[in-house]
Design a protein around this ligand. Structure first.
Ligand code: DON
Length: 304
């Protein structure tokens, strides 16, 4: 039943060729734009899928809520909230905007916040490569399988990282970052280059929906309190400057990435993930947004 429904909804959006690939990372502009997939992963471990759900792509900004969870778990709420706020900025993901006076990024989902959050992943002060390893291990625990890094996409983004470097230097000038901005941006871009499938993303979302416990491995990846914080921030900041439209039209805590992935987490119910690479003007997947609108309407998933 559910696979038939997913096939039908995918068929309805398949012919929509509007939107553009993410051109600012050359390797991302070279992907097959026709890829399309959707997965539901329930909190009791059932997985339903349709389309290209095992094709790998880089996680990009969908890493941000999960690395925020790791930073909260590692450094504690006070340390993280002291450096990164929880207010929606209503701006684009790569806006160079910091709180007046303090230089604190408004939230962990815009790049300024996510770059800072990356620097806060540590049990004790970790060397940069150990920190990246901890991030990859943490993302893998959310997905329930070992994940790798796409070196070509990583190198391609590093060569074009002027804007993120500018943001990181601003953060360093305000002492929000306390180490070499180039090293933090390098780690953040490796974090964005972790390879996932649509199925992985659904499991990661289902782990959030399941109070931090991966429904397949049974591992408690982060504490329930951390998950509550992440879902709250996703509700208000997950879709950047489209957050208001998303809240009213879809109403599911969600996160998008410029490679075309989109996740939503419904506490106590399911994790949902879609993949389609062409993006709208906000950097959100065009067909992914359409799919979520359908899922929300058809199944009454609107919770916000
Ligand atoms: O920081 C960047 O530019 C990317 N690596 C990630 C951006 C992203 O996915 C934004 N989401 N829509």
């Amino acid at each position: 039943m559910i696979p038939d429904y997913l096939e039908e909804v995918l068929g309805n959006v398949a012919s929509d060729a509007t939107g553009e690939l993410a051109g600012y990372i050359p390797e991302l502009a070279a992907v097959d734009p026709e890829r399309l997939g959707a997965v539901f992963a329930t909190v009791d471990g059932h997985v339903y899928s349709a389309g290209d759900v095992d094709a790998e792509f880089t996680i990009q900004s969908i890493s941000k809520p999960f690395v925020y969870a790791l930073a909260l778990a590692d450094s504690g709420f006070d340390a993280v909230l002291g450096k990164v706020g929880v207010e929606p900025s209503g701006e684009a993901f790569n806006q160079i905007s910091l709180e007046e006076g303090t230089g604190r990024p408004f939230n962990p989902m815009i790049n300024a916040g996510a770059i800072t959050v990356h620097s806060l992943v540590r049990s004790e002060q970790l060397a940069p490569d150990e920190r990246v390893a901890r991030v990859v291990r943490g993302l893998s625990a959310f997905a329930g399988r070992p994940l790798g890094v796409d070196e070509a996409v990583c190198a391609s983004e590093m060569e074009n990282a002027h804007r993120n470097l500018a943001i990181a230097h601003m953060l360093r000038s305000h002492d929000i970052l306390t180490e070499d901005p180039r090293i933090v941006v390098d780690g953040y871009i490796r974090q964005c280059s972790v390879l996932v499938t649509t199925r992985d993303l659904a499991m990661m979302a289902a782990t959030l929906a399941n109070r931090g416990v991966n429904p397949l491995t049974g591992e408690q990846v982060v504490a329930e309190r951390v998950v509550r914080q992440v879902l709250s921030v996703l509700s208000t900041c997950g879709m950047y400057d489209a957050a208001g439209d998303w809240a009213t039209q879809v109403g599911i805590p969600a996160k998008s990435g410029v490679s075309g992935g989109l996740i939503g987490a419904l506490p106590g119910q399911i994790g949902v993930a879609t993949f389609s690479p062409r993006l709208d003007s906000h950097g959100n997947s065009v067909r992914g947004v359409s799919l979520f609108e359908r899922f929300s309407t058809d199944m009454g998933l609107h919770v916000m």
